[in-house]
Design a protein around this ligand. Sequence first.
Ligand code: FAD
Length: 458
Amino acid sequence: MAFDCDLFVIGAGSGGVRAARVAAGHGAKVVVAEAFRVGGTCVIRGCVPKKLLVYASRFADDFAAAAGFGWTVEPPRFDWPTLVDAKNGEIARLSAAYRAGLDQAGAALIEERATVVDRHTLRLSGGRTISARHILVATGARPEPPARFPGLEFAITSNEIFDLPAFPRRLLVVGGGYIAVEFACLFAKLGAEVTQVMRADNVLRGFDEDMRAGLRDELGRAGVRLRFGALPTRFERRGEALLATLSDGGALTVDQALVATGRRPNTAGLGLEAAGVALDAAGAVAVDDRSTSNVASIHAVGDVTNRINLTPVAIREGQALADHLFGGGKGVVDHRDVASAVFATPEIGAVGLTEAEAQQCFEAVDVYLANFRPMKATLGGGAERTIMKLVVDAGSDRVVGVHILAREAAEMIQVAAIAIKMGATKADFDATMALHPTAAEELVTMKAPTRRHRRAAS
Ligand code: FAD
């Protein structure tokens, strides 16, 4: 049977663009449809603009610390529109680079919304239909609050916060996940009065408890007012401001409310059910370990599959799928020991198991913990702490988890992840010479376990 193309990719984000470029490189005829902007969430309204805002926020601490190192700094002033303009310039440059990458690889780009008609046919919003031997769903995810309540329409999501026309002097952040934490921290450092509310009793469910506790303290130091066990029940307009009523009986008036309580795979209205594609309970495309759905010609990578929702994972899945379909590759991605970060200030970097998870997996677990004041603070001032943690399977001596709360923790954990992936033991860490003076040297100089867990014999 002849098709218009070998691969039709829905969504020009991290996963889709990589799959399209690699498939075209293998000689496949590739068409990509994008409904919004080439580059997807990461480039347009995720990782990249977020990190640029984080950089901007950190100057506040540097200006404050400078006096301790002999500098005289004029009272600094921050201008939000200048930052938004600069950020927009950079994401336009990156989006153009993604577009050029597709073009150079020979993949055709159609800037329209695409939906699936059947297992080999797509319809574009302009009305055209296209047939494809393979369809790749790489549509990502979107912010979606789990509960609706009166006035929710007055709130914004991470999609809107990057382009607010005015800096929110008073900001309510709803949610305790990494996106909520990052925005709460960076806006507090940029000078906003930030209140963060969440249902849970601490931030960052799923992260190691020592990291959660450490970052909670740092958020407090950054000026974020944390309210646990509370969620908004109503937003009302009060002129330009918003009145938020909370489930704990409290109320507060803010300029903006950012709801960052959940994201949902982008499958609604895509036509997948009609094509017979199975979705899971969260609405994600259910795929096998080669990113293929229950329909052999329809595949999915990235956030729409709700496996590990990070850009490098989407890229790796897109690459593996394209190599598998058109280059003879195996197509399987190893989702174990994926490093992740929370770009608060200080950052969290994590790879492998938390202390609690390791206790579930192993009979005997040793935990090495260092908690200290970073060297820069000795002259720069401030009460910030650095926490380093190794989680070790005492039976094999293998380091099964590394967790860091520190400035540049993300940079450190990327390197530590190589050791974890290689199966490094605590003895390997100990055999590594320290690099002084750094924070990271603590990772190779922790001698005695701080905590030892031994499973009781049953
Ligand atoms: P996306 O990049 O979301 O791309 C999907 C594309 O499909 C979009 O461009 C969309 O417009 C398009 N599309 C959807 N439906 C259709 C349709 N029917 N027709 C045509 N096009 C369609 N990850 C990290 O690794 N590090 C971070 O620091 C990080 N920070 C983040 C911060 C925020 C605020 C957010 C929201 C996310 C962050 N992420 C981060 C997650 C990361 O952005 C995603 O994991 C990644 O973008 C997923 O890539 P994807 O290819 O699956 O989807």
